[in-house]
Design a protein around this ligand. Structure first.
Ligand SMILES: C[S@@+](CC[C@H](N)C(=O)[O-])C[C@H]1O[C@@H](n2cnc3c(N)ncnc32)[C@H](O)[C@@H]1O
Length: 322
């Protein structure tokens, strides 16, 4: 699911009775923007200063990206026009966006855009913002497909919990001969995924339903980035930008393993021999998940792959030949 690694380790809220609203109120912007700001540079400098007092770890970058967004420019173009005056309307719009960022709203939601695998995806609060580490899942899927291609023409790949559709679209783009089905329980998420698929001209069959339930035939490869934060971990992250993302995309409301267990129960009969499950997992979940998989998918062969920081982040479970 991505959130536990792209964000720093959870800083726990230490009072048990803190509500989401309390957290929002506590970090909402209290300073007003300085008056009389006119040049692009002065506006960016002022915003970066105010953002530095908030939860963001990249105040200056955020201010520059938001200014580029307001002006419809690449960030790099700002520097050549640093001393130019900003129009009143642009300055006003910029300040309103900076205030949203000060309240910890993700830049991706403010711009309705996130880059993933080098291309742009539409995102809003209906979907999880695709995380950079999830690119590893797509890379593993493409590598598996390359090896498998000789065995099966037009292999069937299923992306479970597709959200913005980034994983499914990434796989379809890299492996155009694959048939790709993508599922999600959220109709709202599927609307965003369909929009992205149409923008990227990716032919994907989107189906609403839980995990593999909408699947009518066995797949060759099942990939999933499921909500894997425990309820406790999720609550501890509510002071971060995560609170803007769909709760159902982040936590299983239990121990973080529940949806994996439900998925394992659904796999028999829905994965072909010599197939594979590729799962993005939380950095501390590989042992528990291997144990869980060995209970339900006895003859499957596990392999764990790490991210660039050496943390185990992908569990592959290969189905037996027969
Ligand atoms: C962590 S997000 C992943 C989104 C996207 N695949 C990505 O990697 O950016 C998990 C997604 O799973 C969906 N989801 C949650 N429970 C599900 C279930 N039982 N069956 C199918 N999808 C589910 C959520 O709606 C959400 O879109």
């Amino acid at each position: 699911m991505g959130s536990s690694t792209s964000s720093p380790l959870p800083t726990r809220l230490n009072s048990s009775g803190v509500t989401e609203m309390d957290v929002v109120a506590a970090i909402a912007p209290s300073q007003s923007p300085p008056s009389g700001v006119r040049s692009i540079k002065a506006a960016v400098d002022g915003a970066a200063e105010r953002l530095a007092g908030t939860a963001t770890e990249t105040p200056r970058l955020d201010a520059e990206v938001l200014m580029g967004f307001v002006l419809g420019w690449q960030r790099s173009r700002l520097f050549a026009h640093w001393d130019e005056d900003l129009g009143v309307a642009d300055l006003d719009r910029f300040e309103r966006l900076v205030e949203r960022r000060m309240a910890a709203e993700p830049v991706a939601y403010i711009r309705n855009l996130k880059e993933f695998l080098g291309v742009e995806f539409f995102v809003d609060s209906r979907v999880l913002i695709p995380r950079p580490e999830t690119e590893l899942l797509v890379g593993r899927a493409a590598a598996w497909m390359d090896r498998r291609r000789k065995a099966s023409a037009s292999p069937l790949v299923v992306d479970v919990g597709t959200g913005s559709g980034a994983v499914a679209i990434g796989i379809k783009t890299m492996c155009s001969d694959a048939r790709v089905i993508a599922t999600d329980v959220s109709e709202e998420a599927l609307a965003v995924a369909r929009l992205n698929a149409s923008r990227h001209m990716a032919d994907i069959d989107f189906r609403r339903g839980s995990l593999l339930e909408p699947l009518g035939e066995p797949a060759d490869l099942i990939v999933a980035n499921l909500p894997y934060l425990s309820l406790e971990e999720y609550r501890a992250l509510l002071h971060t930008s995560i609170r803007y993302e769909p709760r159902a995309a982040l936590t299983d409301e239990a121990d973080g393993l529940l949806l994996f267990e439900q998925l394992f129960l659904q796999v028999p009969g829905r994965l072909r021999p010599n197939g594979a499950l590729l799962l993005e997992i939380g950095a501390g979940q590989s042992r528990s998940l291997e144990r869980l998989a060995s209970r339900y998918l006895t003859a499957f062969e596990p392999a764990v792959f790490s991210d660039y920081a050496g943390r185990p982040r992908i569990l592959q479970l290969a189905s037996p030949a027969r």
